[in-house]
Design a protein around this ligand. Structure first.
Ligand SMILES: [Zn+2]
Length: 291
């Protein structure tokens, strides 16, 4: 596994665009601060966060607006911070995200069996990347920018709750909340003895409280769907779903009526079972993963 400091130095050679993540939070204010002591560019670019103007960054799906792979963003549609200050892009590209995940050991190649019996040659455990604060910040700030680009969401940010379906999504949830300046973060946990997920005692959503569901990865989407029901049964209003990575199982929740945002989409190449798995046929040792 490549160590993070090696990654940073390699990144400096090949991807200078994400070498200054500490500055990312400054992007999440309504306006971008201009450099104080640097030469002013002839035409400083303006942030255009209107979804229609962002154009190719969004595409309609059955479940609403989804973030397309950032690599699909036309150059004219993305404003590079480096154009007038520093080297940080406003949105990490699909390649930036997979680079961070690979370098931190979060994205692994091999032969894996998931708890549901499906085999895959790829395994992703985003918390391995979120161990490193600057990477966590790069990813969560990027996700917050996708949310902020939705004008309806932007209008309700001060009232917004960022809610995670499990503790694994918390670094993302807190990062998004901080970047957006949203109201609060809370999360669900499995109930005792296999009972349904619940919130910590005395946490109850307000009636009509707007909520963005946030997690580090969406595979089946079942936990998020259960969280949505838990919140809506309590009177909250779920307004969006957001995840660092979208790596859908063949049967993934559709989140009807909700916009879905993610920074990177991955195809894990699931095989139904050992009989149809090429890695099995090639005798590659199998590693069981917990998820
Ligand atoms: Zn296999």
């Amino acid at each position: 596994m490549t160590m993070p400091n090696e990654y940073v130095s390699r990144q400096a050679e090949t991807a200078p665009a994400i070498t200054a993540p500490a500055r990312a939070s400054s992007f999440c204010k309504t306006t971008i601060p201009r450099p104080k002591k640097q030469t002013k560019p002839p035409n400083p670019p303006k942030i255009n966060t209107h979804p229609q103007k962002l154009g190719s960054f969004f595409r309609m799906t059955n479940s609403g607006v989804s973030a397309a792979a950032p690599s699909q963003v036309a150059n004219r549609d993305i404003i590079h911070y480096s154009e007038y200050r520093g080297t940080m892009q406003l949105l990490p590209s699909q390649e930036d995200v997979t680079g961070i995940l690979s370098a931190t050991g979060a994205l692994r190649e091999g032969h894996f069996e998931y708890p549901n019996g499906l085999h895959s040659t790829q395994y992703l455990q985003v918390p391995l990347a979120m161990r490193y604060y600057q990477h966590a910040k790069t990813l969560s700030v990027g996700l917050s920018r996708l949310l902020r680009a939705n004008t309806e969401l932007r209008a309700i940010i001060p009232d917004l709750a960022i809610v995670s379906p499990a503790p694994g999504g918390l670094p993302v949830a807190f990062g998004v909340c901080e970047a957006l300046r949203a109201k609060q973060v809370y999360w669900a946990e499995d109930g005792p003895d296999g009972k349904p997920a619940r919130f910590r005692q005395f946490i109850e959503p307000d009636k009509g409280e707007p909520v963005v569901l946030v997690d580090d990865i969406i595979r089946s989407g079942r936990r998020l769907a259960a969280l949505r029901k838990l919140l809506e049964d309590a009177g909250a209003q779920v307004v969006a779903v957001a995840s660092i990575v979208y790596e859908p199982y063949p049967q993934v929740e559709k989140f009807e009526g909700l916009p879905l945002y993610y920074l990177a989409r991955m195809e894990a190449g699931y095989d139904a079972d050992a009989a149809s798995c090429e890695a099995c046929r090639n005798g590659i040792p199998l590693e069981k993963v917990w998820l």
